[in-house]
Structure formats: C-alpha cells, structure tokens
Design a protein around this ligand. Structure first.
Ligand SMILES: *Cc1c(COP(=O)(O)O)cnc(C)c1O
Length: 316
C-alpha cells in the first residue's frame, strides 16, 4: 500500500485527563482522517485502471478537498458533485482550496439529485466512484489499521487501554473501521460515534454494517456492543453549530486543538460528557495551516455562480 501520511500519529493526554489521538497530524499539507482512507482508495482506483475520481459531498467537504489534493497529486482528475451547506469561513476556504487544486465542481441542490448525478458521471470510461466520505470497505479498512496502531501504542505503554473511543460519525467509515479493529485486537475499547447528520438510526445501522464487513467476525450483537451512536450533540443537523459545540471548541482551544463546527466540535463535546476512566477522543480534523492550499485560490466573490449559491447564509 502506498502511504500518504506520517504514522503513527501521536497520542496525548490533556490536562482534563482526556486522551487525544492526533489524526489531525496525518499529513503536513492536509491531514485529518481522510488521508488514511485515501491511501487504500487510490490504490484501488489505480488497480482498476481509473484516470478520474468521481465523488460527492457538501460544498465544504473535507473528503472532497482531501480527494482533490491527494488524487490530483497521484495523477487523477477529480470531479465532485457538491450540495449546499451552511456557510462558515472554514466551509468557504475548503471549496476555494479545492477549486485552486483543479477540482471539477458539479453543483446539485439535493443529496438525492447529487447521488444520481455522481452515479451517472462515474459510468464514464476511466472513472472510479469514491464513496461519500471515503466510507467504502476499502476506506474503512484504513481505520482497522489505525486501531492496530493505537493497540501498539497501548502495548508500548503510551496510554492505558481505553474504555471508550469517541469519534465523529459522518459517513461512518472511521467509527466502523475502529470498532472492527478494536475487536480484532481483542481490546475492551468501545467506539462512541457522535452523530453529525440525520437520520441517526440509519447512521448507526450503516456504520455497524460496515464494521461487520471489515474482516473479523463481529456478530450483529457484538457490533451493537462495540459501536454506539450518540445523537446527543447533533443539534439542528449537519453543519449546524451547537452551543455545546462552541463550549467544546473553547475548551479544546485551551489545550491547543482547533475544532470545526460540523464534526469535531460535536465529537469533542460528546467526549466531554463521558464518565469512563480512560476516554480517547480521536481527532479527525486537519490542523495543517490552509495558507499553502489557498495560494492562488479564487476569492469567494469569484467562485463560479453555481458553487457560490451552495454556501447557505448563516442564521443570525
Ligand atoms: C469526514 C470527517 C469525519 C467523519 O468521518 P466518517 O468516516 O465519514 O464518519 C469526522 N471528522 C472530520 C473532520 C471529517 O472530515
């Protein structure tokens, strides 16, 4: 497999006692959890003889930006169908950076419409469909490896064996791979996925289903035991900031961690509510400075009209 990132990522203990697995540091230009997934996905695309990657995401999607950065560097064209999302500076910067890197953006108005469009585009010769959030079995398997990496750190005495691991639950590949990996490693660690979108019941179901496909021998009951879906931090829905998320962001900032409103603020807030003895929060947001990726990027006002319209006004 062709590694893109730097491993193992460090584990740290915050003054509050919470442990943090620093997957924000997977890569110096663009880190976060999509780096591990893309190592396996790009290998699979190459094995299929693909020249173009077709994917889907919200306009400020980290997955689309990561696929664009690592995909174009590996010689692929990258095309993504994008759907509207509440505008934040972070969301706007992500799409500006993607376009600067050569992303072919195809705006859509609804997720259902976007899925059809992406399916259609992925039927072209030489095209390879990259799942939402990179959460195919191949993408999730990267987090089975990551669970093994944490198990090695436990064995090396860097941290006690965690009771729970809290991570944002979006398309589910990260939580699924970790749950399967902890089971394979025979660790006691349970995964708590902080749901970031709706419908929550489906999110948990899909993540457990994916976990069972990641090798190992998880039964349905074991998957339910291993992977819990925590809906308490979702608030008004995907990309909608919450008060608990804002408090989590302040708390994390005191420890030197930067969070985003869509995923990590909600996951960190969920981690803060846990009462188990050893809790590890898995940090999935890139902490690499965006400056390099925004060099030569279009200003927001210069974005193609169809893309600009995807940045929904913030509710004041
Ligand atoms: C994509 C993403 C997630 C969610 O991971 P999934 O594997 O899609 O559940 C969490 N945090 C950040 C910062 C992300 O970009």
């Amino acid at each position: 497999m062709s590694a893109l990132g730097n491993y193992p990522t460090p584990v740290e203990r915050l003054p509050s006692g919470l442990w943090v697995k620093r997957d924000d540091l997977t890569h110096q230009v663009y880190g976060g959890n999509k780096v591990r997934k893309l190592e396996r996905i790009l290998d699979d695309a190459r094995a299929h003889g693909a020249r173009r990657l077709v994917t889907i995401g919200a306009v400020g999607s980290h997955h689309v930006l990561a696929t664009t950065y690592f995909g174009t560097r590996a010689g692929f064209e990258v095309e993504a169908v994008l759907v509207p999302q509440r505008r934040t500076d972070h969301v706007a910067a992500n799409v500006r950076a993607g376009l600067a890197l050569g992303l072919r953006a195809r705006p859509a108005t609804t997720w259902a419409g976007a899925a059809v469009k992406a399916w259609w585009l992925s039927r072209a010769r030489g095209a390879y469909r990259v799942a939402l959030g990179g959460s195919s079995v191949a993408g999730a398997m990267a987090y089975v490896d990551a669970a093994r990496e944490l198990a090695d750190q436990v064995r090396a005495g860097e941290l006690p064996e965690p009771d729970v691991c809290v991570v944002a639950l979006g398309s589910g590949g990260t939580a699924a791979g970790l749950a399967a990996g902890f089971a394979i490693e025979r660790m006691k660690t349970r995964v708590v996925g902080a749901a970031v979108s709706r419908p929550v019941g489906w999110l948990g179901w899909a993540a457990r289903r994916l976990a069972r496909k990641c090798g190992g021998t998880l039964s349905r009951a074991e998957a339910r035991e291993r992977l819990e879906c925590d809906a308490s931090q979702l608030g008004a829905g995907y990309g909608e900031p919450t008060e608990a998320g804002a408090r989590a962001t302040e708390e994390a900032a005191r420890a030197g961690l930067v969070l985003d409103a869509t995923y990590t603020a909600k996951a960190f807030a969920a981690a803060m509510t846990r009462r188990e003895k050893t809790v590890v929060y898995w940090h999935t947001l890139s902490s690499a400075p965006m400056g390099k990726l925004l060099e030569g990027a279009p200003d927001e006002a210069e974005l193609p009209r169809g893309v600009r319209k995807l940045l929904l006004k913030s509710i004041a």
